[in-house]
Design a protein around this ligand. Structure first.
Ligand SMILES: Cc1cc2nc3c(=O)[nH]c(=O)nc-3n(C[C@H](O)[C@H](O)[C@H](O)COP(=O)(O)OP(=O)(O)OC[C@H]3O[C@@H](n4cnc5c(N)ncnc54)[C@H](O)[C@@H]3O)c2cc1C
Length: 447
């Protein structure tokens, strides 16, 4: 009974949320159970401010767990949702941490002297440094693109600033011994600090070390339509990763996984063939522009699989509808070839938006899949050739209404495209009566 419960995704999902809430509220619980100095009269606002600081700090420490790509957590929600949660909770934690000293300053204006960096005690200096690091994190994350900060340096700086913010925040909390003097409080914060440190070691050292033990070799780089290259990898000395079609992995090419310069890509090949892994990579920037020049024999490393964007989670559905835009076709092709190899007989619909007919990535492969599957393909072109008599323009409600089944709730829908198209399609599907639980989306712009 217990193990059945623990396999239920809703129960597992709710348990993780419960664990999260427990951890961030634990410092408060201990504060309530063991008040600092029972005889001393302390204002409500002082206690309230401390409570906010504690919750904010615990939330910040938990960000290490949220971004450590822990498979079991990731498998419950998907990386999209976790990163979304990471972003929102960072802002909430930031507000708590910002309001924490503001209340102190208003409640007792003398504490403003703590802002004098030269004369202030170390515990106050640490708070200032942690807060400045946090401000830098928030600004560079929300406005990274407007500030023209390239992804890789941003990611490195983000990690360093996070360690500074949490490290100095903990230092500040420990320095204000008033609240941490008691045994359990010391144990709690030391535990949180050690857990954050362990996650750092796990992400930076242990995970890359495991990746190093399971290398891949590039077998071929095959050009595709639409400025896309298929990178074909073969596991070397191991059996490869077991994945579900539609999932993705973080790819490191040529360099050591310890360098942590990795990029996420959907696996574009069949989940039934672990010997030959393919990624369809569109040339859009620094890294992806180099794929076409990668030589066979080059070493590659993978961290994965990740994601919940997969037909495998919906075995009991009557059929699937795939809605792709451009390079968003890669997880779909993986799901389609896998379904074909499994001789799946359910009706499948692919609505696929591309710029021109020549740009349609995997055009011929998709056509060939029609022989093996009950598959209908609707191409939608933004710049159609003159003789084109089929769908043109954008995938909107009217277009979807023409093709999706009359009983839309009997299918599961997978959407992967540019953000604007995904948002529009999601709203249109809701309007057409598709329940929210039947709509699954994969975002390619994590940051
Ligand atoms: C879950 C997922 C699956 C994806 N699957 C595919 C796929 O199958 N095929 C494909 O062509 N693309 C896919 N992408 C997009 C791909 O990861 C980016 O296009 C690629 O990382 C861009 O790197 P670049 O250096 O060439 O471009 P840049 O110009 O440096 O970056 C362009 C944008 O890509 C994002 N990006 C860059 N580097 C990284 C990184 N290391 N990690 C995360 N995001 C980054 C940033 O938002 C950046 O602004 C996927 C993305 C995600 C999140």
């Amino acid at each position: 009974m217990k193990s059945l419960l623990m396999k239920n995704p809703v129960v597992v999902g709710v348990s993780w949320i419960g664990a999260y809430l427990l951890i961030i509220l634990l410092p408060l619980l201990i504060l309530l159970l063991y008040p600092p100095t029972p005889n001393e009269q302390r204002s409500f606002w002082l206690e309230f401010s401390v409570a906010l600081g504690f919750i904010g700090l615990a939330m910040m420490a938990m960000q290490f767990a949220l971004t450590a790509r822990i498979n079991r957590v990731e498998a419950s929600y998907g990386i999209d949702l976790i990163l979304q949660f990471h972003r929102y909770t960072s802002i909430v934690a930031f507000l708590f941490i910002l309001v924490h000293p503001l209340i102190l300053f208003i409640d007792n204006p003398q504490t403003l002297q703590l802002l004098n960096f030269i004369q202030a005690p170390w515990r106050a200096r640490m708070a200032v440094i942690a807060t400045l690091a946090l401000i830098a994190i928030i600004i560079t994350s929300i406005w990274r693109k407007q500030l023209n900060i390239p992804y890789e340096p941003w990611r490195t700086a983000h990690g360093i600033l996070a360690v500074i913010a949490v490290g100095f925040g903990l230092g500040h909390a420990l320095g204000v011994g008033n609240y941490l003097g008691l045994f359990w409080k010391g144990v709690l914060w030391t535990g949180i600090a050690l857990a954050a440190l362990w996650l750092l070691v796990y992400v930076r050292l242990i995970k890359p070390w495991f990746m190093l033990k399971k290398p891949y070799l590039v077998e071929a780089v095959i050009p595709q339509r639409g400025n896309v290259w298929n990178l074909v990898l073969r596991p070397r000395g191991h059996e490869g990763i077991r994945f579900q079609p539609g999932q993705f992995a973080w790819l490191t090419l040529e360099i050591s996984p310890f360098r942590m310069r990795e990029h996420p890509f959907s696996i574009a090949s069949s989940a039934e063939n672990l010997e030959r892994l393919e990624f369809g990579i569109k040339a859009v920037g620094d890294f992806t522009n180099t794929i076409k020049d990668v030589k066979p024999g080059t070493k590659a490393y993978l961290d994965g699989p990740y994601g919940v964007f997969t037909t495998d989670l919906y075995e009991n559905t009557a059929g699937f509808v795939f809605i792709a835009g451009g390079i968003g076709i890669t997880p779909m092709i993986s799901m389609l070839v896998t379904l074909a190899e499994r001789q799946d007989e359910r009706p499948l619909l692919l609505i696929y938006a591309s710029k021109t007919w020549e740009d349609v990535t995997y055009r011929e492969e998709l056509e060939a899949l029609k022989d093996k599957l009950d598959l209908t393909i609707v191409h939608v072109l933004r710049k159609p050739p003159e003789e084109w008599s089929k769908e043109v323009g954008y995938v909107d409600k009217e277009l979807l209404e023409r093709y999706i089944p009359k009983r839309p709730a009997t299918r599961n829908y997978f959407i992967c495209a540019v953000p604007k198209m995904m948002d529009q399609v999601e709203v249109a599907l809701h309007d057409l009566g598709v329940p929210v639980t039947n709509i699954h989306m994969e975002h390619y712009n994590l940051v």
